[in-house]
Write a protein that binds this ligand. Structure first.
Ligand code: GCB
Length: 605
């Protein structure tokens, strides 16, 4: 399989990072095939990078267009860098990208939520370089996420595409994450893997540091630095095991980050240096508990989206910082990267802030028939054709590999989510998922637990795949999509179902990864009507009561942190309104209720 090892680009003694973000030229490829990278892009349209293009225009046709798009910018490289290995890196381009430097293709990547890069020395010229990106926002039954794709032709015979998202968020597209040109020496540190092995009783940790080298060094030196940048352990070799005494643990909401400093030498001279921050923490799933550093951990937090005004799914670091502060003030400790891996920048921030992350692939929409009415449709579930229709296996293997390669060292990541709301109840589900769980477990050097997030039709009696997961993760909408407006039975229904899961799988902890009610900020009702802020508060109270009664229930993540954009639909008023906060992060009433609850539930104990 192809390798996707991508250290986050940083400037060190031996490396320089240049930022190519800014305002780029932009053009829709209409008709398809009418633009190539051979000549400069002819256009007056511009788009900011990184960001989605969709909300940077007042033109509805452009916003909704499905097909191919071109971005272009120019850059020069300082002479003093030209002797170095030069790498062009995209944090993500959604969903498929072809990258050209001066008209030569240097990279192609499919998958909109993971980075890719290319060495570009051979494509560069003296003076101005032209960087062109052709991207596609098309999704179909081979891609993740899954889209319902149709192709027709217009009167002139040109192809026209339509994509109906098989998921509940807007199909934002564009160059979503930073574009960087970075230098390394020609002999360079290619990858670093950090695996802490902790002896809690003796406050000691052995850190296994594996370094992959591009080219050759005489010696690789590894040093572990503490937060004051003082060395606490040193060794040599590409496979080093270093011991830290009196180790500071990375704890939820109380992060401590060490730095692994890797140096490649030749003839006693430093050739390349790289620094990887890491935390020392232990994860264990045992007897229906999820333990971090030996103590049972209770997840309090959110399903989120990367979604902000104007930026769309583009990196918005100010919102990331604000979101984490809002989470912390509510007493939350965690979120799930629903429904795709988030930016490198957010993962690094969570490491630093002690936020616990469930890291999810973009496997969303793997379910072709949707019906919550389980009792009457059991027969339908058994005839469901999802797994004989979808062709997502290759994409699924790729995203698992890319996500784990990129995020393997992050202390914040405590569990991998292999998919969101797939047809786990349908024939063929187990055959589809078993090899994917094997792959994730084989690839993760830290051997984190794995889960998938189960839709409402996945019940103890209908599910076919729970043997594969370490933690049972449930999305439930009793009192919203089922029995809307009636909360009287919710506590009992939730509790009964949780107890069935607990009885069937006594070793597996259970968490809620979604539950929520659409709520329009400012709508109030003396009768607890749906969409009112009162209904949302009551909804959450009913669930809390049930959760507190089930011993193996170890976490609640609400849907959603904030209101977010979706495609149009009769259930969506400018998007999904299940946020605890509005899209601009104003709190709804329920924030007060959950803040009080969460601030009173210990994170661990
Ligand atoms: C779900 C999905 C999520 C939706 C949510 C909803 O189960 O996992 O993507 O946004 O329901 O609000 O309908």
């Amino acid at each position: 399989m192809e390798e996707f090892i991508l250290l986050y680009p940083i400037t060190t003694h031996s490396r320089v990072v240049l930022n190519l973000d800014g305002v780029w030229k932009f053009k829709v490829e209409e008709p398809v095939g009418s633009i190539t990278a051979a000549t400069p892009l002819q256009t007056t349209e511009v788009m900011a990078v990184p960001a989605s293009f969709n909300d940077q225009t007042d033109n509805p046709q452009l916003r909704e267009h499905n097909g191919y798009f071109w971005y272009e910018t120019n850059f020069e490289v300082a002479d003093l860098l030209k002797t170095q290995r030069l790498v062009l890196r995209f944090g993500s381009v959604t969903h498929e990208a072809w990258v050209y430097v001066n008209g030569t293709e240097v990279a192609h990547h499919k998958g909109g939520f993971t980075p890719f890069e290319a060495e570009v020395n051979d494509a560069l010229v003296d003076g101005t370089n032209r960087l062109s990106v052709r991207l596609s926002n098309l999704l179909d039954y081979t891609t993740l996420p899954v889209g319902n794709f149709t192709e027709t032709t217009d009167d002139a015979g040109n192809p026209q595409y339509s994509v109906d998202e098989n998921f509940d968020f807007y199909n934002y597209a564009g160059i979503h994450r930073p574009v960087k040109l970075y230098s390394t020496p020609h002999d360079y540190i290619k990858d670093v893997t950090v695996v802490p092995d902790i002896d809690l009783a003796h406050q000691q940790a052995t850190i296994h540091l594996t370094t992959e080298v591009g080219g050759t060094f005489d010696t690789v030196q590894v040093t572990i630095l503490d937060e004051q940048h003082h060395p606490v352990a040193q060794g040599t070799g590409t496979d080093a095991s270093l011991t830290i005494d009196n180790v500071h643990l990375w704890q939820p909401l109380n992060a401590y980050l060490y730095t692994a400093q890797i140096t490649g030498l030749r003839d006693g001279q430093v050739v390349d240096t790289y620094e990887e921050p890491f935390g020392v923490r232990q994860i264990e799933v045992t007897n229906g508990q999820f333990k971090i550093n030996g103590a049972p951990f209770y997840f309090k937090g959110f399903g989120k989206h990367e979604d902000t005004y104007v930026n769309g799914k583009g990196l918005n670091e100010a919102y990331n910082v604000l979101d984490i502060k809002l989470m912390k003030s509510m007493g939350a400790n965690s979120f799930r990267t629903s429904h795709y891996p988030y930016s490198d920048e957010m993962m690094r921030l969570c490491d630093r802030e002690g936020i616990v992350v469930i890291d999810e692939t973009p496997a969303v929409g793997l379910m072709l028939n949707f019906n919550f009415d389980i009792e009457n449709k059991m027969d339908g579930l058994n005839k469901d054709q999802t797994w004989s229709t979808l062709k997502t296996t290759a994409a699924h293997r790729q995203v698992i590999q890319e996500m784990i390669d990129r995020d393997k060292n992050h202390a914040c990541v405590v569990m991998w989510s292999i998919s969101n709301e797939s047809a786990h109840y349908a024939p063929g589900a187990h055959d589809y998922f078993a090899p994917l769980f094997d792959l994730a477990r084989q690839l993760d050097p830290q051997k984190r637990p794995c889960t998938y997030v189960a839709i409402m039709m996945t019940l103890p009696e209908t599910d076919r795949c729970t043997d594969l997961v370490d933690v049972i993760s449930l999305n439930r909408y009793y009192g919203w999509y089922l029995n809307n407006g009636d909360l009287s039975d919710v506590t009992k229904t939730v509790q009964d179902e949780l107890e069935q899961w607990q009885a069937k799988y006594p070793d597996k902890p259970i968490i809620y990864t979604e539950y929520g009610a659409d709520t329009i900020a400012g709508v109030h009702s003396p009768y607890n009507e749906p969409f009112s802020e009162e209904y949302q508060v009551d909804y959450y109270k009913q669930y809390s009561t049930a959760f507190d009664r089930v011993p193996h229930f170890v976490g609640e993540q609400v849907w959603n942190f904030a209101d977010f954009q979706t495609k149009f639909g009769i259930q969506r008023v400018q998007g999904n309104k299940k946020g605890l906060f509005t899209r601009s992060r104003e709190p709804k009433m329920v924030v007060h209720y959950l803040s009080e609850r969460w601030n009173n539930i210990p994170n661990q104990g």
